[in-house]
Design a protein around this ligand. Structure first.
Ligand code: NZQ
Ligand code: ZN
Length: 386
């Protein structure tokens, strides 16, 4: 196991009615900016609950953060935060609103052009406004990590940054706040969480017993959730609660501590979103099975471990078990009604070229757990998904 430092200061308040506890989490004297996305938070009643819980505090609101939040929109929120002299940010939404809020938190006190935060992947962030989140979409794990992914319309970039100053101080996870989600977003959440676990797990054996078995527990849970969620009623509290808790833990740093991680699927997926506007989770369903086919030999031992320990596949030769495991992963996405081919989005061979060009422009040419995935290999991966 590699040396590691693990730090995660986010306090989790989990369960029905927990939004009412907001009052105890934020200083009474704080000037709060509540940030949200489109119409969903108002329509579902979540914003109303938040306003009520904030009570007599001074707060203002910034709505309109889009899916795949943009620098252009977020800079308007930065202006509001500076003008109103707010000293606490509260995100109410999914990954896009949480990520956008992290960016605003870092950008408000930033000296210089805030886009630099993305260009330097967060290294230049010295401080940030404190932030909390009220989660409405279990998927990204943003509620308990220090990562944010921001897009820029002007240039077509989608870049990530990470810095310990943008860990949420607290996150409120009330599963009833997810009941209003369209089934497409629920499916996206299951798929994104699954690939987050896989990016930490499906690499090479590293004799990391705890990380492996923790990841396998999350994968087993996600297989079970995926099997039930498309036919379950939207208000199945326990199922939603399980999804919410899995999603948070899939990317809160624990399963990735002390082990080499992959993240090549995400790097390629982000370019697919930037270029073609495909939902984040849906890009992963296109890339991940193809990645496994392309990297089958390098990932052989872990594919077999997953086949045995998670899928219970013990019959047949090693190659047959690996084939079956990859087929089960494709079936996992397809069972969630998420296509695993680029052709489902009318993207053909010529459509791969701009993705490779973007990867090269962003320096994403040594990806994967061993930095072996060059842009030529990324091209092969995408060709396997045509
Ligand atoms: O805008 P509104 O009206 O709120 O609608 C949203 C949005 O259209 C809707 N929604 C959210 N909660 C709802 C709801 N609709 C009804 N009821 C609710 N309770 O869902 C739509 C999608 O929301 P979004 O926040 O974009 O989805 P998600 O949580 O999947 O976040 C995706 C973003 O997170 C980034 C992605 O790249 C993408 O930009 N990621 C962030 C990561 C992180 N911070 O660690 C890691 C991930 O790998 C990912 O890259
Ligand atoms: Zn993701």
């Amino acid at each position: 196991m590699d040396n590691f430092e693990f730090y995660n200061p986010t306090k989790i308040l989990f369960g029905k009615g927990m939004i009412a506890r907001l009052d105890e989490q934020i200083d009474r004297q704080a000037r709060v900016l509540v940030l949200y996305g489109g119409a969903s938070a108002e329509k579902s009643g979540t914003l109303g609950e938040v306003r009520k819980a904030l009570g007599q505090r001074t707060f203002c609101e910034f709505g309109g953060i889009e899916a795949n939040p943009t620098y252009e929109t977020l800079m308007k929120a930065v202006e509001v935060a500076r003008k109103e002299k707010v000293d606490f940010l509260l995100a109410v939404g999914g990954g896009s609103v949480m990520d956008g809020t992290k960016f605003v938190a870092a950008a408000v006190p930033y000296q210089g052009e805030p886009w630099e935060i993305l260009l330097k992947q967060g290294e230049t962030v010295q401080k940030a406004l404190p932030l909390g989140t009220v989660v409405t979409l279990p998927a990204t794990g943003s509620e308990m990590n220090s990562i944010a992914v921001i897009s820029r319309k002007e240039t077509g970039d989608k870049l990530a940054f990470s810095n310990p100053h943008v860990f949420p101080v607290f996150s409120i996870l009330d599963p009833t706040r997810t009941f209003s989600l369209p089934s497409r977003q629920v499916a996206n959440g299951v798929a994104d969480s699954f690939v987050h676990v896989m990016e930490a797990y499906m690499t090479l054996p590293q004799d990391a017993m705890v990380q492996d078995r923790y990841a396998e527990g999350l994968l087993l849970s996600l297989h079970e959730i995926a099997g039930r969620i498309t036919s379950a009623p939207a208000d199945d509290y326990d199922l939603r609660a399980n999804l919410m808790w899995v999603a948070t833990q899939a990317l809160n740093g624990l399963i990735g501590a002390g082990v080499k991680q992959d993240w090549a699927t995400h790097a390629i997926g982000h370019e697919l979103t930037a270029k073609y506007g495909i939902d984040h989770a849906r890009t992963l369903a296109i890339v991940f099975p193809a990645m496994l086919k392309e990297r089958r030999e390098q990932k052989r031992a872990k594919l077999l471990q997953y086949a045995t320990r998670v899928l219970g596949l013990t019959e047949g030769t090693e190659d047959e078990r690996i084939d079956a495991a990859i087929a089960r992963i494709e079936a996992f996405f397809e069972g969630l009604e998420i296509p695993v081919r680029l052709s489902a989005y009318d993207i053909d061979r010529a459509g791969i070229d701009p993705i490779i060009a973007q990867l090269e422009e962003h320096g994403m040419t040594a990806l994967g757990e061993d930095q072996e995935i060059t842009s030529e290999i990324s091209r092969k991966v995408l060709e396997r998904s045509l």
